[in-house]
Write a protein that binds this ligand. Structure first.
Ligand SMILES: Cc1cc2nc3c(=O)[nH]c(=O)nc-3n(C[C@H](O)[C@H](O)[C@H](O)COP(=O)(O)O)c2cc1C
Length: 284
């Protein structure tokens, strides 16, 4: 294959036919190929605005591609034994919103693995509208912290009496400690999925992004990695800080790393802010 292109949709999907929805186009020469990331909405790129080039061998791609395809081949009525179900229930129980992190960085490849797993989350019309923006620069992290501090002060001012005193004691973000931080946006402008399912319910684009986040959250916990959701932020300020397209809506900001402690009870419950109850269910 020389002088051809591969149109790449994600780590598990490529086509030799041109596609406007493709995230990358790889120029193929012999058995190797080079990807030029020129689009601004590349979910996995660490610097979404920059031009990134990297090369890979077609053999390496095929190996990765075929391992990803295991997701597809597991359709022959997989069995999940009782032990697995018990472990899964434990995973749900011990998934926590983490705000206290060790400084230890994530091991090599862990983030990429979790992002890959997130990419198989359900999405409206298979639109996969989640956009991960990795926040690595000191300037961006400082700006996010400033935004959080202002919004948190406004939130504190909205409470009075004992509730305000309790709120002031809560730790509501791990922005100073978390080694890995990213924002997730939902791309309302995406053409992927051709609008299926969202004509009457456009917010399904945001719901889909939440599904990817939850998938990431559980998969991370399965590796002993904790994640904390930060929503005490101003979406307009965040869009400016992170320089993202106007059609992207902020879903949240996420702090990821190894937790200082593990608990089966939410921190807000342990601090006396709220208690977890049974779900509300009604019947018509
Ligand atoms: C949409 C959403 C936004 C959240 N925003 C924050 C936040 O800004 N700060 C925070 O400390 N926790 C935040 N959380 C975490 C919740 O406080 C936490 O999920 C809840 O207290 C239950 O605890 P658990 O996740 O450990 O079970 C958020 C969670 C969700 C789902």
């Amino acid at each position: 294959m020389t002088g051809m292109h591969l149109w790449i949709f994600g780590s598990a999907c490529a086509s030799e036919r041109p596609a406007t929805e493709a995230l990358w186009r790889a120029d193929v020469s012999g058995e190797s190929a080079t990807i030029c990331c020129t689009r601004s909405d590349i979910p996995h790129a660490h610097e979404p605005r920059s031009l990134v080039t990297f090369s890979f061998t077609l053999q390496g791609w095929r190996e990765k591609y075929s391992s990803q395809r295991q997701y597809d081949t597991m359709t022959s009525d997989p069995e999940f034994p009782d032990d697995f179900r018990a472990d899964l229930a434990n995973l749900f129980l011990w998934r926590r919103d983490v705000r206290r992190f060790k400084p230890t960085p994530l091991p090599e490849g862990a983030l990429e693995r979790l992002l890959d797993i997130s990419s198989i989350a359900p999405s409206v019309g298979l639109s996969q509208p989640w956009r991960f923006v990795m926040v690595e620069s000191a300037e961006c992290r400082a700006a996010v912290r400033t935004c959080f501090e202002r919004c948190n002060a406004e939130a504190l001012a909205s409470f009075g009496g004992e509730r305000a005193a309790l709120y002031a004691r809560l730790k509501l973000a791990g922005l100073n400690e978390a080694p890995c931080q990213f924002a997730v946006f939902a791309d309302r402008g995406t053409e992927q999925g051709h609008g299926l399912g969202r004509l009457t319910m456009p917010a399904t684009i945001e719901y889909s992004a939440v599904m990817a986040i939850h998938t990431f959250w559980l998969a991370a916990r399965a590796e002993g990695i904790g994640m904390g959701w930060v929503s005490i932020l101003d979406p307009a300020d965040m869009a400016t800080i992170l320089d993202v397209p106007p059609e992207w809506t902020l879903i949240g900001y996420f702090c990821v790393g190894y937790p200082n402690e593990n608990h089966s009870v939410p921190e807000l419950e342990r601090e006396g802010w709220e208690v977890r109850r049974a779900s509300i269910v009604i019947t018509r």
